[in-house]
Design a protein around this ligand. Structure first.
Ligand SMILES: Nc1ncnc2c1ncn2[C@@H]1O[C@H](COP(=O)(O)OP(=O)(O)OP(=O)(O)O)[C@@H](O)[C@H]1O
Ligand SMILES: [Mg+2]
Length: 426
């Protein structure tokens, strides 16, 4: 290693002289990790674990070096943590002929001619915008529809039903009121509703104000109407802005919350905001999302309000490839055949795919720690994980099926019925 810092070099020497000194070795591993040599950090951490199998520091460092999130419940993609983290592409080029490649392809034929290229940008799950004092707007521009892998149908419908008219003020003026109103995204959990809403904001060059309706309701009990008004006022002040109402069903007065006294008023307030005279809402775009559209208050779906719906289904093959590629981007992998993984992950949600990658990383990690020989994450780990993870979308389809069949008011669930038929789930 010619570019190695003097400190790392002398620590290496010290470690070689005292191979049993675990803290010393971990210190070296830390420095290697910080310098972007996560593969070498993994090696040192593994050796340390061999000497001290229960050592919590060694374990934590190993996890970090292998890109395993430390909080097990966290299935969302991590924002790229250290800028300039390990550059796999450059490293691959350096050691091309000595080490197996990260990705391999068995059959070229995937059902898409142009699989999405590089990593989609991580979109955090929604619901994080309800900070106590104010509603925060994300600056425009970080995610666009190009970051959403695959999902051609969704993109086309978005373009036709929402983006084209919104992008074009002339069209808007021409058609006047008929273009008012927002779009309700619905579908099984973890399949990209929040991600797509963020991408829409990016496409419109608008800010993004994400509000979990539950936050609106809970922030100050009894103040929900004012909260709702505040949300829209904030958006109007900073137009163009997408207001994204996540968990819209929380307002649904149909079921458990029927007796919540403030609910009706909050719904009415939202209606007032949505109906706001054109000029007032100029540049404010309303998107909403729910996993249970059948719980959404009917009044909210009347014309001029959230009158268009968009079904967001589990990611198709190109989308799955993009999501897998994204979650494997910083991990030590070898000979991963994405085409094959895509085939065995039909019906998996984006969140399921993230979970799959975490499990595979974990099994490679535990294996390395157990045997003392570091190995990369390989297809065996990934396929085993794919077997273990049950698509979390199944229960949703079971519930949705009944609604689509027996309560398809006004054809709202036509898309869903068509999909169920195509998948022979009906
Ligand atoms: N087509 C896609 N391309 C790239 N990434 C995607 C795609 N679809 C989903 N993802 C990723 O999958 C994860 C889950 O998506 P998201 O949080 O948007 O789902 P959701 O439908 O809002 O879920 P929930 O119902 O739980 O709120 C996100 O991290 C997102 O980055
Ligand atoms: Mg969401």
């Amino acid at each position: 290693m010619s570019d190695e810092s003097p400190l790392i070099r002398s620590l290496r020497a010290a470690v070689a002289a005292a191979p049993d000194d675990v803290p010393l070795r971990l210190h070296l591993a830390e420095l290697l990790l910080a310098a972007g040599h996560s593969d070498q950090a993994v090696t040192e951490a593994a050796v340390a674990l061999q000497h001290a199998p229960g050592d919590a520091d060694a374990r934590a460092l190993m996890m970090r070096a292998m890109g395993v999130p430390t909080a097990p419940a966290d299935l969302q993609p991590q924002p790229p943590s250290e800028p300039g983290g390990f550059d796999w592409t450059a490293a691959e080029r350096e050691i091309e002929d000595a080490v197996p490649p990260r990705f391999v392809t068995s059959e070229r034929a995937m059902d898409s001619p142009a699989p999405a290229t590089e990593a989609p940008v991580a979109a955090d799950g929604g619901g994080d915008a309800g900070s106590v004092s104010a509603w925060d707007i994300d600056a425009p521009g970080s995610v666009s529809l190009a970051d959403v892998g695959g999902m051609r149908e969704v993109k086309d419908r978005l373009e036709a039903a929402f983006l084209a008219p919104m992008r074009n003020p002339e069209l808007r003026r021409l058609f006047g009121k008929s273009l008012r109103g927002g779009l309700l995204l619905y579908g099984p959990p973890g399949c990209g509703k929040t991600f797509i809403a963020r991408a829409v904001a990016g496409e419109l060059g608008a800010g993004f104000l994400s509000v979990s309706v539950n936050d609106v309701l809970d922030m100050w009990i009894g103040n929900s109407e004012r909260n709702m008004h505040e949300v829209f006022e904030t958006a109007r002040r900073q137009a163009p802005c997408v207001v994204f109402l996540d968990e819209l069903d929380a307002l649904g007065a149909k079921r458990s919350r029927t007796h919540h006294s403030g609910m009706r008023n909050t719904v009415n307030q939202l209606l007032t905001e949505l109906d706001g005279v054109d000029a007032v809402n100029e540049g404010v775009f309303v998107l909403a999302a729910t996993n249970v559209p059948w719980d959404v208050d009917i009044a909210l779906r009347r014309p001029g309000r959230l009158d268009r719906t968009l079904l967001v289904l589990p990611p198709d093959a190109p989308a799955r490839e993009a999501i897998l590629r994204y979650h494997l981007r910083d991990r030590p992998i070898e000979s991963v055949d994405l085409g094959r993984l895509v085939k065995v992950t039909e019906d998996f949600s984006g969140a399921d795919l993230a979970h799959l990658c975490d499990s595979a990383a974990e099994s490679a990690l535990l294996d390395s720690a157990r045997t003392g020989t570091v190995r990369m994450i390989n297809m065996t780990d990934l396929l085993a994980a794919a077997k273990d993870v049950r698509p979390s979308t199944e229960p949703w389809f079971a519930a949705a099926r009944n609604v689509a069949m027996f309560a398809n008011d006004g054809g709202m669930y036509d898309d869903l019925l068509a999909y169920l038929k195509k998948k022979r789930k009906l």
